[in-house]
Ligand binder design. Structure first.
Ligand code: F6P
Length: 541
């Protein structure tokens, strides 16, 4: 199957994407799909009908339908950790039972959600209070999946935020904590410690430091701390009262967890009703993923376009370019979702992966990126497939002309990538500047855009909680499809462990409890330099 796709890629030669539109007047329609009122257009790629069929055949042959059924039904598809993968159950609220090991998990999911709602209502109404009054601010302490989703969603849904202000501290760099709490009142701040394992060193260090700040400032950790975790013994050990602990099962992966307790900060910011709409949006995408035929299935198509670009054509990175300022943190969120899930080099059974793993994902909102790195995207030597996102409407009715310009820019970029500018066109452009001969040629060459660079566009009416839920679930399922086609387990993350183990070994060297004899020369040299600069005792004991 991969061979068929490789030969399709070779067969394309220098074919221009733009000619596909000349050959097929209905291309835009035929190479796009809808889920609800969301439109996914992949017509500005070099995928033709034959290639699409080959990609769909690859997907079918990978056993996607069975794997998908296994995931939704609670089978332990995370084979390396022996766990089910059931973040979809967290948004299956109005629907039927979901069983894990013969037990319906939905009553527990609903009960936790009800507790979250009650807590959110109490905090937002001021009936749950800090030492000196209603909560004005919330600080979520967490990292990775216990941070990126909530930060991203709170930014995306800012127009819906009518609760206390939400802040996020993830980095163990003291600057992050210090800069966040500087202007907060320790007697009116609610701290949420978000950690699935409740052992993550960054999170636990920040949690202890903010607790000390609260106590020193007259706050009351007994009523101003909550925890979101799977490790209920550890939350108790930390001293967080049970009624302020929101637990979840091990079948919710960290980077897939914002639909349940890890999303508490989102619920506190936008309120339970809008949080429900967010869940419902994701559930709508779940239904679409389960029911739509493969050729009309957004997560499947998004994944297959990605596979075409990465595994078949060999493009190493993919840019995610939301023309939606409030999706500022979406690229960072997707970096964890995609790269922690599909950045692997062994297959499910431990054999070497013989095709490239998932790509590097990066990006920034447009139009800002246009004034920064788009130069490389248009004229660099590497091809970067781009994923544009654009809403029909913003939330600023008085600034409609801004949205118009945003849309014009978004559409212009995907056009420019596809069409480019030929040498003749560039010459015609610079001819008016009085140049001729070699000088004209040189000046024109700098202005050539080779074009023929692929992009896809996801368009939606407006970034509401429902639409955001759909977008995030779309990307979650995209990762799933890519993982199934590559034959890897998307749900473990052993690649993050080695660095954690080594950091633990370096820490005692930094506080002179270990001589560090076994360290390599570079590490020893760097420690020596940093120790000299910082001076004795600067790092504590
Ligand atoms: O280091 C990676 C990781 O394990 C992520 O997968 C996870 O989202 C993050 O750390 C945080 O883990 P926890 O929620 O257990 O603190």
């Amino acid at each position: 199957m991969w061979d068929v796709l490789k030969s399709k890629a070779e067969g394309i030669g220098s074919r221009r994407i733009s000619t596909l539109f000349d050959d097929d007047p209905d291309r835009a329609e035929r190479f796009s799909a809808r889920a609800g009122d969301m439109l996914f257009d992949f017509s500005k790629t070099n995928i033709d009908a034959d290639t699409l069929n080959a990609l769909l055949a690859l997907c079918e042959a990978s056993g996607l339908a069975d794997r998908r059924a296994a995931m939704f039904s609670g089978a332990p598809i995370n084979v390396t950790e022996g766990r089910a993968v059931l973040h979809t159950a967290l948004r299956n609220i109005d629907k039927g039972p979901v069983t894990v090991d013969g037990e319906d998990v939905m009553p527990g999911v609903r009960e936790t959600l009800d507790r979250m709602r009650a807590f959110a209502k109490a905090v937002r109404s001021g009936s749950a209070r800090g030492a000196s009054g209603a909560f004005t601010d919330i600080v979520n302490i967490g990292i990775g999946g216990s941070d990126l989703g909530p930060v991203m969603a709170c930014g995306a849904l800012a127009p819906y935020a009518d609760g206390p202000r939400c802040h996020f501290v993830s980095n163990v760099d003291g600057a992050h904590l210090a800069d966040t709490i500087r202007h907060l009142d320790p007697t009116r701040t609610l701290v949420i410690v978000a950690s699935k394992t409740f052992t993550t060193i960054e999170t636990m260090t920040n949690a202890r430091s903010i607790r000390a700040w609260m106590i020193n400032g007259g706050g009351d950790p007994g009523r101003q701390f909550a925890a979101l975790s799977s490790a209920l013994d550890k939350t108790a050990e930390f001293g967080i009262p049970d009624e302020r602990v929101f637990g979840f099962a091990d079948w919710v992966g960290g980077r897939y967890s914002m639909w349940g307790p890890i999303g508490l900060s989102i619920m506190l910011a936008i309120g339970p009703k809008d949080f429900d709409a967010f869940l419902k949006g994701a559930a709508a995408m779940d239904d679409h993923f389960r029911e739509a035929p493969l050729a009309e299935n957004l997560p499947v198509l998004l994944a297959l376009v990605g596979i075409w670009h990465r595994q078949v054509l060999g493009y190493a990175t993919r840019a995610v370019l939301p023309y939606d300022q409030r999706l500022l943190r979406l690229p960072a969120y997707l970096q964890q979702l995609e790269m922690e899930s599909n950045g692997k080099s062994v297959t499910m059974d431990g054999a070497d992966l013989e095709i490239p793993s998932g790509p590097v994902v990066w990006g920034e909102p447009g139009t800002n990126g246009q004034h920064a790195f788009y130069q490389l995207i248009h004229q660099g030597t590497d091809i970067v497939p781009c994923e544009f996102m654009i809403a029909a409407e913003g939330h600023e009715p008085d600034l409609g002309q801004h949205q118009r310009l945003l849309i014009a820019n978004c559409l212009a970029q995907s056009q420019a990538l596809m069409l480019g500018r030929s040498l003749d066109e560039a010459k015609a452009m610079v001819a008016g500047e009085g140049l001729s001969g070699d000088a004209l040629d040189t000046a024109a060459r700098h202005r050539v855009f080779h074009g023929n660079r692929p992009s896809v566009t996801l368009a939606y009416p407006r970034l509401t909680p429902h639409v955001l839920g759909m977008i995030v679930a779309l990307y979650e399922h995209r990762v799933f499809v890519e993982g199934v086609v590559l034959g890897i387990n998307s749900y473990d993350q052993f690649g993050v462990e080695l660095g954690k183990v080594l950091a633990k070994a370096i820490d005692p060297v930094l506080c002179d409890r270990d001589a560090g004899d076994g360290l390599d020369g570079s590490t020893t040299g760097l420690i020596g330099y940093l120790r000299t600069c910082a001076g004795p005792g600067a790092w504590g004991t």
